[in-house]
Each structure stands twice: as C-alpha cells, then as structure tokens.
Design a protein. Structure first.
Length: 437
C-alpha cells in the first residue's frame, strides 16, 4: 500500500501521526481507518477543511484493504467532495463526487454532492440531473425537493436569457459598422546597451606593482556597496549591522550554540497514553479523545423509541399512529475530542428499527422494519437521514400497503425520525460540550 507524500501542512498538522502511519496487517489498517474517519468527522464539524482533506485522502489510500467494502469508499469520496467544495476547489469536488456515484450508484449523498459541485461550476443543467437522480432515490427529502425546484428555475432563467441574447445578436446583424484606421506608431529609437570597455591591463599591473593587493578593499566591494552599509571584519565583507564581540563579552555570554538533546524524555501525553486509554498515535498531545459510546448508544436508543407520527385527517386512515417499537440493532461509536483547546463531537452509527402502524377502532395493524445506515457528523441538522431496507413483515389488510409507503416510508414518520435524531445530536453537544463557568 503506497503512502502519500507529506505536504508542509501535513507536517504541521495535529494528525501527522495517523497520516504517516502505515500498518502492514488488515486488522491494523481497519483500526487506523476508524481513527482517520473519527478525526475526519471532527475536522468537518470544526470546519478545519485542510485537516479534513488530508484525513479523507489518507482514507482513500487504504480502501484496498480486504475488510473495507465499496460503500465505505463512496462515503469517503462524498465527504472529500464536501471538503473540496468548502475550500473553493469546485472541479476537484466534482471529480470526488462523481467517484462516489460510481462506487455506489444508490448513494443519495453522492449525487447530492455532485449537484452542489456542478452548481458551483455554473453547470446548472447537469446539476439538475444529479439532484433529480438523488430525488428519485429519496423522494421525501424536503431539502432535495427545494434544491430541484430552485435549480430547475435557474436553468429556465438561463435559457430565457440566452434566447434574449441571441435575439439581440440577430437584430444587430443589419447595422453598419465603421472601421477606423489608426496610423502606425512611429518607430522607437533604440539605445545602445553595450557595456563600457574594460580597463587596460596596464592599470591593473600598475596596481599589483604597489604591493597593496592584500589590503585593498576595492577587491571586496563594488562602487556602491560602501554607500549601502558594508564593511570588512577579519578580512570578510559583512554589513554594518554585524556586531563583533570582544573577549570579555564572549566570556560573559558563554557558548550559546544549539545543542543536540540525546534521548529526550517522553511527553506527558506519550507517557500516559497506555494508562489513559488514548490513541497510540497521540504522542504529540495535540489530540485528546474521550470515548462516550455507551452513553451515546443508550441516549440515541431512547430518542429513537420516542418517535411517533399520527396520520393527518386528510389521510385514508386519520388518527392511525406509527411508532418505533424496538431498536433491533445499533452499531457505531461516539467520542468527544479536544483539539488544541477546541471541542469536537465525533459520532457514527447505523441502526435497524422495528416499527408498527395501528388504529385499534378500525382494526388496522401493520408492522415492519427499516435501517438508517448513516448517522454521523457529516450530516447537517435538517439535512435528513436516509432510510434503507424498508420492509413490511405483517399487515392486516394488503390494501393499506400504499398508505404505509406514503406516510411511514416516505412521509411524516420518516420526518419524525429525522427530527428525533437531530434532537439527539443537540442533546449530545449540550451534554458533553464546554460548560459555562
């Protein structure tokens, strides 16, 4: 596995240790990849774009590991596109997003990032196509719906403007044009740039005959250098700012030349790494991370279990209630990092939920499951979370399946889940963020 060359910024980055790491075995590569992802999310949350760029680029050099699936690669490319777009590198953002859509054509966020990059490149028609593809994959996403409508309006406005411009060109074809001939400028006089003739050899031999060649400053200085502030110290030319110390001053100051430190003592961060359970790559003490996974899993489960949605009066089953019955699976991790005094919130979870829809007085009953594979810090509040693997496992009447698809899978229940997860993110930051004194 090749290691990317270290840029000057990477050499100064608090993540230098992980950027330089190169484990040989698959297990070590997986651990490093998790560390890179964790730091990448924190960097995006802090808008430390160059750090995030370096970390996600490093992630992409490790996707050849046999334990890393193709979907992970799509996520890395999508996140890198977000970072490049935020840095103003719109063409690089487009290339990264396009790679994400090739890695996983069903990855909504990959198409979303591609549309954003194309808009920034002033290619609205292609952006509209990308947003429309994302909309097909996630038809209830409100943010996408607004983006499609806004981009479609922009395309129509640009077409109208182009038609107006073409009309102006056509109307101006019959207008007569007058050509004004300008006289040629007079030729410029050329000055001679030949150097002055060298002094005769007789004058130089006369100078040598005097025997003063060892003490003559004319050998050291040009004509202008004495005026600019040069002088001779111990036979060497230097500036008048040169401070020559006498013997007494040297004795007082002593030897101030830099000294090499042999076997330097380890930093406190490195000495306590094993005791504190910190990262093995945190020997510089620039990255302190506290694991809060257990707390996060419990609180996120509680928030998810509180999700309910009542179908509106205009629906075919007014008053029916959809709810999360069980959190069947919740995998991932969460931590709080302090990077040079600033707090970062790092989390990445995927979950499988069991849901129910019922209306007792109408004997309506339906149950099923769904997955949310991507709950992490790269998703802004209000952006929404994708639902995958939606399934109906039991239903009292098959005719209600369209109702379930409309209000549970793609409608109000999905929106209620988004709101609950966003509320949990706010709770996470409030609980573990800096407290006011």
């Amino acid at each position: 596995m090749s290691v990317p060359s270290m840029s000057g910024f990477a050499m100064m980055s608090p993540h230098r240790a992980v950027l330089e790491a190169n484990p040989d075995d698959d297990a070590g590569q997986v651990r490093l990849l998790e560390e890179l992802q964790s730091r990448g999310r924190a960097a995006v949350g802090a808008k430390s774009w160059m750090d995030a760029k370096l970390l996600y680029e490093k992630c992409l050099t490790m996707t050849g590991c046999s334990l890393v699936d193709k979907n992970k690669e799509a996520i890395f490319h999508s996140n890198l596109s977000l970072v490049e777009n935020s840095m103003g590198e719109f063409e690089k953002a487009r290339v990264a997003a396009e790679a994400a859509t090739q890695d996983d054509p069903k990855y909504v966020k990959g198409w979303w990032r591609l549309g954003q990059a194309l808009l920034a490149l002033h290619r609205p028609e292609e952006a509209l196509d990308a947003f429309s593809r994302a909309k097909v994959l996630d038809p209830t996403n409100k943010a996408l719906t607004k983006l499609v409508a806004k981009t479609k309006k922009q395309v129509e406005e640009e077409k109208a403007l182009m038609m107006e411009t073409e009309g102006d060109k056509d109307s101006g074809k019959d207008a007569t044009k007058t050509t004004v001939s300008m006289p040629a400028p007079p030729p410029k006089s050329v000055k001679s740039t030949k150097p002055a003739a060298a002094k005769s050899s007789s004058s130089s031999s006369a100078a040598n005959a005097t025997g003063d060649d060892d003490d003559d400053d004319s050998k050291l200085f040009t004509k202008s250098e004495p005026v600019r502030g040069y002088k001779v110290v111990n036979g060497k030319k230097t500036s008048y700012f040169h401070n020559e110390l006498d013997e007494k001053s040297r004795e007082l100051i002593g030897d101030i030349a830099p000294k090499k430190i042999e076997n330097p003592a380890p930093t406190p961060a490195a000495a306590n790494a094993s005791k504190q359970g910190t990262s093995v790559w945190n020997t510089g003490g620039t990255w302190e991370e506290r694991n809060v996974t257990e707390w996060a899993k419990k609180t996120l489960s509680d928030f998810l279990l509180q999700t309910t949605y009542t179908l509106p009066p205009s629906s075919p089953a007014p008053g029916a209630v959809a709810r999360v019955e069980k959190v069947a699976k919740l995998d991932g991790h969460a931590s709080v990092a302090v990077v040079r005094g600033k707090t970062r919130f790092i989390y990445e979870f995927c979950c499988k939920l069991e849901w129910e829809l019922d209306k007792p007085d109408d004997e309506l009953s339906c149950a099923g499951s769904l997955s949310i594979p991507d709950i992490d810090g790269t998703i802004a509040l209000g952006e929404g979370y994708e639902i995958h693997d939606f399934g109906i496992e039991s239903v009292s009447n098959p005719s209600v399946r369209p109702l379930v698809d409309r209000f549970v899978h793609r409608g109000g229940f999905h929106e209620a889940l988004n709101e609950q997860i966003d509320d949990w993110v706010r709770h996470f930051k409030a609980e573990h963020g800096p407290k006011d004194a």
